[in-house]
Ligand binder design. Structure first.
Ligand code: NAP
Length: 521
């Protein structure tokens, strides 16, 4: 059995005490154990802040970019091994695992390219120099400089590689050292990624640390110059952001939490047409990819009332081909959920939706034997399609996220009603409108945009170049208001704002220009 160690103060530290056990969710076989007990979190923070921070701040964006590129290469070189680990510890199919691992290298590479384009600078200017008098003798310039603390990253269980890499890429490029903590249950991939990064020698001393197991008193030790970026359940996020030390010090906290993402089928689309089929593919993919354990997965499927019957039939046809089982078995297209508690939560969630008026069209809470899994073992759940008659009264459909292969069809009548129903999600990561009708698409997109971090507009014209609404891209914002946590990640340079302090430098113009590195004509 593998023992996962933490990487702190440039050393691997084995935890003491009773470790948590990581299992294979298809077989329930124990794979590894992890404990962070005995890690000196005060020393870990001091080393990252003092040594790691200084190392990063003295490097230019182009040099930090080289580091990110080397990190991506180190991960990519062991892609096959990492895919196997994700299949074993995460219950991922091979293609789910690639999504996670390639997402990690892709995001690191995208930020490496961005860093390269920023060249020799070590911080950013924000806007032009502003003359504060008749001449340029008194001037002001906004700058964005790296915060002088540490960025603590706490990640969810579903994307152990991508979650680690997407947060690290942005913070490191901005110039902040990182302490990364994966969800313990699926930490095997993140731990191996860290081993690869350390072995590669890509990262200068102190810039990256890794916690295997619980965070101990780490979060309680954070202060004004530190950043906490969390991804996970809404209640954990609320508990963390409410910590007295974070509130008292105005520390910067970013929360990426739950989301009742939605897809809206426009009334203009005809059954069997290319746009209609794209809609069906996206919904079916989001139910099954990563066994529905994707923060961006479509949970609510809004369909014009007169098209509900057709959508039901077509979706059931597509889902009938899904083979649930141990991903190492030939033919399996959907793995188990990641943990026993996840399985309990998914079943309880389906019951909650049914109690709120949903009927089960496919799947449900019954025990499922996974192909290739030992009898009675594994955390398997069937792809589950539900439907409600009246969206307005099915409260749980709009406010309870079932983090598994579950979606609900909700009928609507007209653009105004669907906007109101989508908004009932209370703030989400992504919503998609499938339509070729400009008036309908405009009304719905603008109506739901204030409630989302990302809105996608889809029709057959994007087929071929379309990755689906669930794919988070480094160039575009990831996050969402309200229930989704109110956070913002990625979005190119925008994601770096969390790790940079905006300061207005004001005074004698030539000196302001010199300090800010501004050259005037
Ligand atoms: P979770 O139970 O909230 O755990 C998330 C992370 O928080 C894990 O690393 C966990 O560590 C850590 N954690 C839990 N209690 C903590 C505490 N008291 N102090 C410090 N850290 C603590 O969520 P999950 O089950 O991993 O993930 C599922 C949820 O994440 C879903 O609701 C999903 O919607 C959401 N999610 C959101 C996004 C997004 O981008 N918005 C992405 C993915 C997932 P341990 O594992 O060691 O407990």
């Amino acid at each position: 059995m593998t023992t996962l160690k933490s990487y702190v103060y440039d050393r691997w530290v084995a935890g003491q005490g009773r470790p948590a056990t990581l299992v294979n969710p298809s077989t329930e076989e124990a794979l590894a154990e992890a404990s962070s007990e005995g890690v000196d979190f005060g020393a870990a923070l001091a080393h990252a802040r003092d040594v790691g921070g200084a190392n990063l701040r003295q490097r230019s964006f182009a040099q930090r970019a080289e580091m990110l590129r080397a990190m991506a290469q180190a991960i990519h070189a062991k892609r096959d091994e990492l895919i196997d680990l994700a299949m074993a510890n995460g219950g991922n199919t091979r293609s789910d695992a690639k999504f996670d691992i390639d997402g990690a290298t892709g995001t690191l590479t995208a930020y490496a390219e961005l860093g390269q384009s920023l060249g020799d600078a070590r911080w950013l200017t924000d806007g032009d120099t502003i003359s504060l008098g008749r001449s340029s003798r008194v001037a002001g310039q906004h700058v964005l400089v790296p915060r002088a603390g540490v960025a603590v990253h706490i990640n969810a269980f579903n994307f152990p590689a991508w979650g680690l890499a997407e947060k690290a890429a942005v913070a490191l490029l901005a110039g902040m050292p990182v302490i990364s903590k994966p969800a313990t249950a699926t930490a095997l991939v993140a731990w191996r990624v860290t081993e690869l990064l350390v072995e590669s020698g890509a990262m200068p001393s102190g810039v990256f640390s890794f916690i295997a197991g619980a965070t101990g008193d780490l979060v309680d030790r954070l202060g004004a110059q530190d950043v906490l970026a969390f991804t996970g359940g809404g209640s954990t996020g609320t508990m963390l952001r409410s910590k007295p030390n974070l509130l008292a010090s105005s520390a910067h906290v970013n929360v990426e939490a739950d989301s009742l993402n939605s897809a809206v089928l426009g009334p203009d689309l005809e059954r069997g047409g290319d746009s209609w089929n794209l809609f069906l593919s996206d919904v079916a993919r989001d139910i099954t990819q990563k066994t529905g354990q994707k923060c961006t997965a479509i949970r609510r499927v809004f369909v014009p009332r007169d098209q509900v019957e057709a959508v039901r039939e077509d979706l059931l046809d597509r889902l009938a081909t899904v083979k649930v089982g141990n991903p190492v078995t030939d033919g399996v297209t959907m793995g188990p959920v990641a943990t026993a508690s996840q399985l309990r939560d998914v079943r309880a969630g389906i019951e909650k939706l049914v109690a709120s008026g949903a009927s089960v069209l496919l799947g449900g809470t019954h025990a499922v034997h996974g192909l290739g899994a030992p009898e009675g073992r594994g955390y398997f759940v069937a792809p589950t399609l539900l439907a409600v008659e009246h969206g307005a009264t099915a409260d749980a459909v709009h406010d309870h996220e079932v983090f598994g292969p579950v979606a609900t069809i909700v009928p609507y009548d007209g653009a105004a009603e669907v906007v109101a129903l989508v908004r009932r999600g209370g703030g989400g990561l992504v919503s998609s409108v499938y339509s070729e009708d400009r008036a309908f698409a405009s009304e719905v997109v603008l109506g739901i945009a204030p409630f989302h971090g990302r809105v996608t507009i889809v029709n057959a014209k994007v087929a071929g170049a379309w990755l689906g609404p669930g794919t988070v891209l480094p160039q575009l914002l990831h996050g969402g208001p309200g229930r989704a946590g109110g956070g913002e990640e990625l979005g190119g340079l925008r994601g770096m704002a969390l790790y940079l302090q905006r300061a207005a430098i004001q005074g004698y113009g030539p000196l302001v220009d010199h300090i800010a590195g501004v050259k005037r004509a």
